[in-house]
Design a protein around this ligand. Structure first.
Ligand code: AHR
Length: 492
């Protein structure tokens, strides 16, 4: 029997709802076909944006959306994406397949999308191939209320009022596709570019600096030392590559037990990454003023056979759902430093929420995890203790269970549990301290096969069900947690 304690009266800070954020790039079929079908499409849309997709993303309470990239951001010139669509110049999307980008989805369309989703926009600016002036003018175009060349241009393009813009990224992966810079050089560039990312007309921008690639701790050290006082947040990118080899990442749907555990192990590495980057940040920022923004994360598989390798289209199984659940637990448990995270990428790319095929749309197992976990958004993290049985063998041995708990503004306690074992159920004795427990209800996401996934033919092969494996017992709970499952409980 596994012992677990939730101290409902020991609160450890707010879980920022933006931890449940998303990322959408001009890549493959994420923006075009995914969100954007155009006003003349037979697919039901509002001003060109798919209604079915908006409804699905609203259901999981999308709090924030990062755009336009990714690597695309450092090649994007925003002025190409405003004005009458038929007059917008096109460009070559060199990073993602050399396809022609017609710029039909630009600033106005993105801000419209965010307002339809009722989420915050997070725009990433171009440092790698753009100018300081271009970045400054973009912010002025979006947020300036008075009379100015950019505000007038915005009005000429049909938007009279400025938009509210809180989050702005000063470049993306500037250690790689965003200019191959060294940290000292980027730190200086960050200082220069961010100076001109101004607060206009009462809008307050939170500037996010390009942070490290996974375990590049030197990058964090240099950025915090040279520019920590000038940023609201520092980003972190980490992808789970199941095999560990970028040239052969492995199939999303065909894998063995060993690959399951290796995937989980690589996902749990996120905890070490956050702990170590946070420790460096603590030295320069002991008050934890600077947020760690994990603005790209998720599992990166080989593309589905027969699809364009540059479009990064992959299926999404129960394995991906377990990765999502365990990773979100890690973020919740580090909510003192992690204030935002954006899974890559919302539709048809990498670990997506949604897959589309022309007019058809399905949601993935990962989507269901975001749906179940939305109860944690803006709730307060609770002190939680869980004993640690292990699963897997040898190099791929992992803790069997992952957990985080929170209390919401109505006093309901939410516990999200992942059992990453393929074969062992877990019997958990959970003490809930500091409250009188009168009811428990829950949902479970699981399947008989570890590679179960949704298809256009069987869209509900993996979906949540009511969970009856938690019973009130002596002021706490007895929980029977099936192997390879994600469970979210609500206790009142
Ligand atoms: O998400 C796909 C790509 O991964 C992004 O464009 C880039 O930032 C990262 O390397």
């Amino acid at each position: 029997m596994v012992k677990m304690i939730v101290n409902s009266d020991i609160r450890k800070g707010a879980i920022d709802k933006n931890i449940y954020g998303h990322f959408s790039e001009h890549l493959g079929r994420c923006i075009y076909e995914g969100f954007w079908v155009g006003e003349d499409s037979p697919i039901p849309n509002t001003r060109g944006i798919r209604n079915d997709v908006v409804d699905a993303m609203r259901k999981i309470k999308t709090p924030v959306l990062r755009w336009p990239g990714g690597c695309f951001a450092d090649e994007y010139h925003w002025k190409d994406g405003i004005g009458p669509r038929e007059q917008r110049p096109s460009m070559v999307n060199t990073h993602w397949g050399g396809v022609t980008e017609n710029n039909h989805f630009g600033t106005h369309e993105f801000m419209d999308l965010c307002s339809q989703l009722e989420c915050e926009p997070y725009i990433c600016g171009n440092v790698g191939s753009g100018t300081v002036r271009e970045m400054q003018e973009w912010v002025e175009y979006i947020t300036f209320d008075g009379k100015s060349p950019m505000a007038d241009l915005r009005r000429m393009n049909g938007r009279l009022e400025p938009w509210k813009l809180t989050y702005f990224g000063v470049g993306n992966e500037n250690w790689g596709c965003g200019g191959r810079m060294r940290p000292e050089y980027y730190a200086d560039e960050y200082r220069r570019y961010s100076t001109y990312v101004r607060d206009f007309s009462g809008n307050r921008i939170r500037k996010i600096a390009c942070g490290p690639n996974a375990a590049d701790y030197r990058w964090t050290e240099v950025l915090m030392r040279e520019a920590g006082s000038m940023m609201w947040g520092l980003s972190l990118h980490y992808y789970v590559v199941p095999t560990g080899a970028w040239h052969k990442k492995g199939s999303a749907t065909e894998f063995d037990d060993n690959m399951w555990y290796s995937t989980m192990k690589r996902a749990l590495f996120m905890d070490e990454l956050i702990t170590k980057h946070s420790a460096i940040m603590d030295r320069y920022d002991p008050g934890k003023r600077v947020a760690l923004v994990v603005d790209e994360w998720g599992v990166w598989h080989d593309v589905e056979p027969g699809t364009n390798p540059a479009f990064l289209y992959q299926q999404n199984t129960l394995r991906d759902a377990l990765v999502a659940g365990a990773t979100l637990n890690i973020f919740n448990n580090h909510c003192d430093r992690v204030k935002m995270a954006n899974i890559a990428q919302t539709i048809n790319v990498l670990q997506s929420m949604i897959l589309t095929d022309k007019e058809k749309m399905i949601v993935t197992p990962t989507y269901h995890v975001f749906d179940l976990y939305k109860v944690h958004q803006d709730a307060e993290l609770l002190d939680t203790y869980l004993e640690g049985p292990t699963a897997g063998e040898g190099d791929s041995s992992i803790p069997q269970l992952s957990v985080s708990s929170s209390i919401d503004s109505d006093g309901a306690v939410h516990i999200s549990l992942c059992n990453m074992s393929l074969s062992q159920d877990a019997e958990i004795r959970c003490d809930i301290r500091g409250m009188h427990v009168s009811s428990v209800e829950g949902s479970i996401l699981t399947a008989s096969e570890m590679n179960a996934h949704n298809t256009f033919e069987k869209p509900d092969a993996v979906r949540p069900a009511d969970f009856d494996g938690a019973l009130l017992s002596g002021g706490g709970l007895m929980i029977q947690l099936p192997a390879k499952s994600v469970v979210v409980l609500t206790i009142r």
